[in-house]
Unconditional design. Structure first.
Length: 296
């Protein structure tokens, strides 16, 4: 079976939305069931939910619908992780500490088995989202194994992203998309952890955002541009908030909070940011000549 790559159509949008909605509903259902039933009974419920998702994946594959099959395989992998955790809880092995705090074999086992399940499913269903599941579980496994939260976890995440980057560059272009996403998120998340408390921190964060955008253009990987644009946005919010008054990024389209020093300056700051994005788009288009019509 070839790598599953769905174009952006109404049908593919609805397929992704439907499968991810099923996943969200199933996780919500399992959370409700875990509160109502004892550990042994919850294992049974988790196995039943996983079985239903796996049947959907196999049925779609047999019916010649590889996109749906891969999506439900992704759903099944995450539900498999829930089942493993439920079994450990039944046996009294599962740790209930906060994530990345302390060394717990039970949590490491969940991450390891989830990564193995994702890679196994990838060999059968060839869906790129399974790469995301494997890479995400791999990041958690390595970070939890080598650190216990705080700065050390950020350093491990940064190194994980840097090690993953050349793997992403050399990978199949479709599979590589999610490897680039995980690499960018782990590197960017670590930098944000380190650089979020002073003006110079946000200057560095903005420069990192520019580097992300330039790298994304050179590698023709838009995920880096998205993350870089987010870094520039956070830098802009920080300085607009400091110089011109409080800014709540969640309320940009519904008004601003607080009394501004200059009521015109805050929206003007975001106008300037928008033109920075446009200028970077023109620069990348001229340098890279990405085959995306029409020209910017």
């Amino acid at each position: 079976m070839d790598v599953v790559r769905a174009g952006w159509t109404s049908a593919s949008f609805l397929a992704y939305t439907g499968a991810l909605t099923v996943l969200a509903g199933a996780l919500w259902l399992e959370s409700t069931l875990s509160d109502r039933y004892a550990a042994a009974a919850f294992v049974g419920w988790s196995a039943l939910v996983l079985f239903c998702a796996a049947v959907c994946a196999l049925s779609a594959r047999r019916a010649g619908r590889p996109l749906l099959a891969g999506l439900f395989a992704f759903v099944s992998v995450l539900l498999f992780a829930v089942l493993v955790a439920a079994l450990e809880d039944w046996f009294g092995w599962l740790s209930h500490d906060s994530p990345l705090h302390g060394f717990h074999l039970s949590v490491l086992l969940v991450a390891l088995l989830t990564a193995v399940a994702a890679l196994s499913a990838l060999r059968v269903f060839r869906h790129p989202l399974l790469v995301l599941a494997a890479a995400g579980a791999g990041w958690y496994l390595v970070t939890d194994l080598l650190s216990s939260g705080g700065n050390w976890s950020a350093w491990v995440s940064l190194l994980f992203g840097l090690v993953l980057l050349p793997i992403a560059v050399g990978a199949n272009r479709v599979y590589g998309f999610w490897l680039h996403v995980v690499s960018g998120v782990t590197i960017g998340g670590a930098l944000l952890w380190f650089w979020h408390s002073s003006d110079w921190n946000f200057v560095l964060l903005g420069l990192a955002g520019l580097l992300f955008i330039l790298f994304g253009g050179a590698a023709r990987r838009s995920s880096w541009a998205v993350l870089g644009a987010a870094g520039l946005f956070m830098t802009a919010v920080h300085f607009i908030d400091k110089w011109f008054g409080d800014v709540n990024p969640l309320l940009l389209f519904f008004g601003f909070g607080g009394e501004p020093k200059h009521d015109w300056a805050r929206p003007l700051g975001f106008v300037v940011l928008g033109f920075v994005y446009v200028a970077l788009a023109i620069l990348l288009h001229r340098r890279v000549r990405e085959p995306v019509p029409p020209p910017v």
